[in-house]
Design a protein around this ligand. Structure first.
Ligand code: APR
Length: 257
């Protein structure tokens, strides 16, 4: 039996499924990955110039403008067949949780409701000083171009500068989100890991945590990222081709008697 057949059987027998995603699931919506040498965001910028608190302190308009540009990319990007297939998995009557490293909102726009963002979201800024959630001023979008210098708006409570509500290099993941993610991974029967290079921890530890908790892990990636553990399956291909085919084979879950 192929890994694909094993994956379809494991999903059909599962009651609790986690889908863990990285930048690769959004590639076919036109959003650059972080490390793809051809299209990756880092090919154009040095992350130390953009994705750290110090970078924001040094040049708030440049970092804020960069994020507004990225948010605009996301707003203009449609969810793709992979996001939609994940949304459909919930309709099979299984407990489905999505844990994403992505800061876009494509899972939500594809119908997924239980989505944990380990690295935050482009959609909701927060105050750099008091951390209170802020709202994006509509007059700042659409922005003229990538690299436009745009003054960050001010917090309604303390007048501090608003910053993107994403996890920057050197910052910890939100502890409540991480704890929820670990609990879901430890209890799932199957974890599908889609489009992630597994480089950045602690997020990268999630597939290993699922395996050590006895779950079957199904990797979906254009490259072989499997560690060849028992109960680990590797489906090589584009997420928009593999996921719809796989999820179409998953029947409705048997209701408990
Ligand atoms: N379908 C499936 N996988 C794909 C596709 C595709 N169409 N295109 C690319 N990939 C795979 C690549 O092979 C790679 O393994 O997606 C992965 C993208 O890896 P990264 O760019 O490293 O993205 P990610 O794993 O999400 O990065 C994790 O690093 O910089 C931080 O905070 C950032 O959340 C990000 C984290």
């Amino acid at each position: 039996m192929s890994d694909f057949d094993y994956a379809a059987r494991a999903l059909s027998n599962a009651r609790e499924v986690v889908v863990f995603t990285g930048a690769g699931i959004s590639v076919e919506s036109g959003i650059a990955t972080y490390r793809d040498p051809l299209t990756g965001i880092w090919a154009q910028h040095d992350p130390r110039d953009l994705e750290t608190a110090n970078a924001f302190r040094k040049n708030p308009p440049f970092v804020w403008g960069w994020y507004l540009w990225r948010r605009q990319q996301v707003t203009n990007a449609p969810p793709n067949a992979a996001h939609l297939a994940v949304g459909q998995l919930a309709a099979t009557g299984r407990k489905l949780s999505v844990i994403t490293q992505n800061v876009d909102n494509l899972h939500e726009r594809a119908g997924s409701v239980d989505v944990l963002h380990l690295h935050g979201s482009l959609c909701t800024p927060k105050c750099f000083a008091c951390h209170r959630p802020g709202t994006l001023p509509e007059h700042q979008i659409p922005i003229p171009s990538e690299g436009a210098l745009i003054e960050p708006p001010r917090c309604g409570r303390c007048s501090g500068k608003l910053r993107p509500n994403v996890v920057w290099y050197g910052e910890d993941l939100p502890s409540d989100v991480w704890k929820s993610a670990v609990a879901l991974v430890k209890n799932c029967d199957v974890l599908i890991s889609v489009g992630t290079s597994g480089i950045v921890t602690p997020a990268a530890d999630i597939p290993r945590l699922a395996l050590s908790s006895g779950a079957t892990v199904i990797h979906v990636n254009t490259e072989d990222v499997s560690t060849a553990e028992p109960n680990e399956l590797m489906l090589i291909g584009k997420a928009t081709e593999v996921l719809p085919k796989l999820i179409a084979l998953v029947p409705r879950a048997e209701q408990p008697q």
